[in-house]
Write a protein that binds this ligand. Structure first.
Ligand SMILES: O=C(O)CCC(=O)C(=O)O
Ligand SMILES: [Fe+2]
Length: 331
């Protein structure tokens, strides 16, 4: 199994991996027990955070806090988080049930841990605005280019970039069950590594607002789209990326060519990880793109299953006119 490959400018997955020791994981699972009963999203997020924080060792806390460093790579893999012992079979259809009911410990661990980065939230138009959403193959979408798909590659993308600047700052995936064939790999590309390999005239085009993005399938069809946005912004040594190769188009040939050059360079700069149960992958959505390889679901209840949360660093103040409750935006 490939845990990592060369990462352009030299980021090795081992450098951004922290492991939660088993005794900490056990204490964390115990502490999350009383949180299971529920409450609304806000109460759940607060309770999960209060339960989790006292049990995170300094190494893991440093890893999470390190993500705030503008110079940091924007990737953290925390291994060994607790996953519910009595995990049900991996669901296979769209209406898959509330993660808090199906995997209360893992859901609490995901929200409580990533809360250190800011505010978790959902979009009303994507998976009902749920705070924590499933990432698993469904029978209906198995061939789709979607996080609910499997047999098609999910190309590199920034999360919800069609909603820029109301996109998440961080995306976190907690794996409940790894792909039994280990074919499913999450791919991560640092925008800075890609920019370092592109000529300045291409970068100049990528910095112009020449790119439209359609809403991905997870928003229920291609209904909304972004205005024209740049694909990168900021200095090429520390660029912010807004890219989505399944649903993004340049408005003219020059923009299309520059986007194609960027996408082509991504291949050579990617790190891949086959997520396993208890792995938490936290990605800075401004610094890195992510995607997923194809894989073949078996539909026997043992297929790959992750939970996902989106986080805005700090809080949702800058999106306050779009708030629908404390943890949901109206898009
Ligand atoms: O399945 C993966 O590894 C990535 C899924 C993804 O891109 C997402 O859920 O946003
Ligand atoms: Fe994604």
């Amino acid at each position: 199994m490939v845990r990592s490959t060369a990462f352009g400018a030299g980021l090795d997955l081992a450098d951004v991996t922290r492991t939660l020791p088993a005794p900490h994981a056990a204490r964390l699972a115990d502490a999350l027990g009383p949180v299971r009963a529920g409450g609304d999203d806000a109460a759940f997020a607060d309770d999960a955070t209060a339960a989790v924080l006292p049990h995170l060792p300094a190494e893991v806390l440093h890893g999470l806090l390190g993500l705030r460093d503008p110079g940091a790579p924007g990737v953290l893999l925390v291994r060994g988080l607790p996953v519910d012992r009595d995990l049900p079979p991996t669901p296979t259809d769209r209406e898959r049930g509330d993660p808090r009911g199906l995997a209360p410990v893992a859901t609490g661990a995901l929200v409580g841990t990533t809360r250190l980065l800011g505010e978790p939230y959902g979009y009303r138009g994507e998976y009902h605005g749920d705070l924590v959403t499933h990432v698993l193959p469904t029978r209906a979408a198995a061939d789709a280019v979607s996080s609910s798909g499997a047999r098609a590659v999910l190309p590199h993308h920034s999360e919800s970039v069609h909603l820029h600047p109301h996109s998440p700052d961080f995306v976190a995936l907690l794996c409940l069950r790894g792909d039994p064939t280990a074919d499913a790999r999450t791919s991560v590309v640092a925008a800075g590594d890609v920019c370092a390999r592109l000529p300045e005239d291409v970068l100049e085009v990528l910095r112009l607002p020449l790119f439209h993005v359609r809403a991905p399938l997870s928003f229920g069809g291609h209904t909304m789209g972004s205005g024209p946005i740049p694909l990168i912004s900021g200095p090429s040594s520390a660029p912010e990326v807004h890219a989505e190769f399944a649903d993004m188009r340049g408005i003219d040939d020059r923009a299309q060519r520059a986007m194609a050059a960027f996408e082509q360079r991504c291949g050579g700069c990617a790190t891949q990880v086959a997520l396993e149960a208890g792995d938490l992958l936290v990605l800075d959505n401004r610094k890195v793109l992510h995607g997923r390889s194809s894989f073949a679901p078996q539909w026997r209840g043992l297929d790959r299953w992750c939970l996902r949360v989106l986080v805005r660093s700090g809080d949702l103040w800058s999106s306050r006119v779009y708030l629908d409750g404390r943890h949901r935006l109206v898009f």
